[in-house]
Design a binder for this molecule. Structure first.
Ligand SMILES: Cc1cc2nc3c(=O)[nH]c(=O)nc-3n(C[C@H](O)[C@H](O)[C@H](O)COP(=O)(O)O)c2cc1C
Length: 320
């Protein structure tokens, strides 16, 4: 599951874990200075059920990234991923994210420093096909080669280039077009590396077709917008015991139990911080609209507790 700012926080990841027991979950990007100077406990906390879980870091300073990587390893993260793909202005002003694609030697230094600091945890890179006009295959292969030499074995490639000016990050997730064959070529040229393809995967057929060319696929918006489809992705791509998949209602009840637990912790979240990730649970089902409306209204209430979630089940059943 892809790292997504404002979306894949710990509550979202717990929810996704219920739906896809074996998928690898990524945090939102956490800027390195926030790890070093911010409220570390709040930023890095996660539930043990989230394993395997990867922390994505944003930064470009090898020493600071190394310190943050050591902290993440001590916190028990299963992977530390460096963001070399985010095109936002805020990220560019910090000279990290996608603009790092133009500085492969610096990315290699960052990865080497992170690996030295967090020796038992894989350090991976998520990147794009290129940036702006530097989008020929050689730029990508050059970056991957240098970063591999620094010890990175796993590359996630969002299969479109980043456009650093003139497009918002949101637009830059739709244009320019995806180019899967370029990611296939990368895997052919670096067969020893684990190459994960990301971008535009909406259905199992596409995912399965891509797995003939690459080692894995990463889902972003599909997972968030239609989370129940994760059950089918888990079944088709990973397997496991799928004889009795949880129903949507089972998931709601499990999330109500989760909310009961975490909302009552000191400085625990409000129900809405959890429920907002569940809006798509009934996508495509009868009652989906009523569910969204109910959730948006009832769970936003300051005093809403887990029983509000439990009550939603009867409401969807009536609407269906
Ligand atoms: C709301 C949102 C936030 C995102 N935040 C991040 C991020 O923090 N780090 C990152 O590497 N990519 C981020 N992305 C990009 C996704 O990880 C992914 O590469 C992109 O959405 C393409 O995959 P998809 O077509 O399956 O959604 C974000 C995407 C979305 C929709």
């Amino acid at each position: 599951m892809a790292p997504m700012m404002d979306w894949t926080d710990r509550h979202c990841r717990y929810f996704h874990r219920l739906l896809a027991p074996d998928a690898r979950l990524y945090t939102e990007m956490v800027v390195v200075d926030a790890v070093l100077r911010g409220d570390r406990q709040r930023l890095l906390a996660y539930d043990p059920a989230e394993h395997p879980v990867a922390l994505q870091l944003g930064g470009a300073d090898p020493a600071r990234l190394a310190t943050a990587a050591r902290i993440a390893a001590d916190e028990g993260y299963d992977e530390i991923n460096l963001n070399v793909g985010c095109p936002s202005d805020r990220v560019q002003s910090g000279r990290f994210g996608a603009c790092l694609m133009a500085e492969p030697a610096l990315v290699a230094d960052c990865v080497a420093a992170m690996r030295a600091a967090a020796v038992h945890v894989p350090v991976t890179v998520k990147t794009r096909l290129g940036i702006d006009d530097q989008d020929n295959y050689e730029v990508l292969a050059g970056l991957v080669g240098q970063v591999r030499d620094a010890g990175c074995q796993i590359f996630v490639v969002h299969a479109r280039k980043a456009w650093l000016s003139g497009l918002s990050p949101k637009q830059n997730r739709e244009v320019p077009p995806l180019d899967y064959p370029r990611v296939h070529r990368l895997k052919r040229d670096f067969p020893e590396l684990t190459v994960i393809l990301n971008g535009g995967i909406r259905d199992i057929e596409t995912a399965q077709a891509e797995l003939a060319h690459v080692d894995g696929v990463m889902l972003g918006r599909q997972a968030y917008e239609a989370p129940y489809s994760l059950i089918d992705f888990q079944h088709a791509l990973i397997g496991g015991d799928c004889r009795h998949p949880p129903t949507r209602d089972d998931i709601v009840l499990a999330m109500a139990d989760y909310a009961e637990r975490v909302c009552s912790e000191p400085a625990g979240p409000r129900l809405w911080a959890i429920a907002r990730h569940m809006l798509g649970l009934y996508a495509g089902q009868p009652g989906a609209r009523q569910w969204r409306r109910y959730l948006s209204e009832a769970c936003r209430d300051r005093d809403a507790g887990p029983e509000v979630l439990r009550r939603s089940i009867a409401l969807v059943a009536r609407a269906a």
